[in-house]
Design a protein around this ligand. Structure first.
Ligand code: NAP
Length: 287
């Protein structure tokens, strides 16, 4: 059985892609910079590779035919995407499923939303490999970070105000990725993956507070102050710019989009934010 490469295998989406592929009896090669993070299990080969180390990427893609491509948000994403796309093409990988983001390529003023994903999407489409691109909306799991902020006595910074998101369950994103990896039906398709309802960030926090029985405060923050805080926390300038542009796009109401793509691929409705919260009550510190 050919091996499927999963990048970002220790992260929110990649770990779920790994789990679903394993349950479905697939042979998987999981990429991480720290193999200790992934438990040994049947059907999973763990490889140490780093997007900044081309030799490690060449080893990771050797004999692979299908690849799930996910690069981390707070890093030089385009360079990372291009490095592994190049290695994959040279190694004869035939299909790539690329995790991108909703709004990629849209314009707000002079700025392009998801600029780094856009460059990577183009590279995937021009690679000669079969491809599927997934553009999820805001992940329900971002709420875990809000609870972390509340635990530290900080309010959650709200950059998007009245802008609504079709908040999507990461498990649904991973399940769609697996279908795209395993079936030829999704080749050449760009899917915009959303949940079933549109919510502002404040509405999400209210739902979260009620479900876990604790107070979580939000505070409206200007793009300038948010950018300063992210830079002070050590984030890359280009990653910060991408987040600020994306937030402006959401704030202006352009992310208020619901699609049928999750349902069309999975044959069931997408999961609501409320259901995601109830499934994760313990991790969210429910009292
Ligand atoms: N959060 C949202 O609402 C949202 C919405 C739409 C799209 N997205 C997109 O989703 C992606 C992030 O997905 P996620 O939340 O699942 O990520 P995540 O949980 O932050 O995990 C990042 C993964 O990237 C790996 N990684 C980081 N740097 C690496 C490097 N130099 N070399 C190799 N691997 C590296 C990490 O592995 P190790 O640390 O184990 O090496 C980890 O598995 C981004 O592209 C983002 O734009 C996010």
């Amino acid at each position: 059985m050919p091996v499927i490469l999963v990048t970002g295998a220790t992260g929110t989406i990649g770990s779920k892609v790994l789990d679903i592929l394993t349950v479905r009896g697939q042979r998987v090669r999981a990429v991480t910079r720290d193999p200790e993070k992934i438990s040994t299990r049947s059907g999973v080969e763990v490889v140490r590779a780093d997007f900044d180390e081309p030799a490690s990427l060449r080893q990771a893609v050797a004999t692979v035919r299908t690849m799930f491509l996910l690069t981390a948000p707070a890093s030089p994403t385009t360079r990372h995407d291009l490095a592994i796309i190049d290695a994959a093409r040279s190694a004869g990988v035939r299909k790539v499923v690329k995790l991108s983001a909703i709004g990629t390529g849209e314009k707000i003023g002079a700025d392009v939303v998801g600029a780094s994903h856009l460059a990577a999407e183009r590279a995937v489409r021009d690679s000669g490999m079969a491809w599927t691109i997934l553009r999820p909306s805001s992940f329900a799991s971002n709420a875990l970070r809000w609870v972390e902020a509340a635990d530290q006595g900080r309010p959650v910074l709200d950059l998007t105000g009245p802008g609504r998101h079709g908040v999507v369950d990461p498990h649904d994103v991973a399940a769609v990725a697996v279908e795209a990896l395993l079936s030829s039906t999704h080749i050449g398709r760009i899917y915009t993956l959303t949940g079933p309802e549109l919510l502002t960030m404040t509405e999400q926090v209210t739902c979260l507070s009620r479900a876990v029985g604790r107070r979580i405060d939000t505070v409206a923050v200007s793009p300038e102050r948010a950018a300063d805080e992210m830079l002070a926390a050590g984030m890359d300038r280009s990653a910060v710019d991408m987040i600020i542009t994306g937030a402006a796009w959401v704030r202006a109401g352009h992310n208020a989009i619901l699609t049928d793509d999750v349902a069309a691929v999975l044959g069931r409705p997408p999961t609501s934010f409320q259901s995601w919260v109830m499934r994760h009550r313990r991790a969210l510190g429910a009292s």
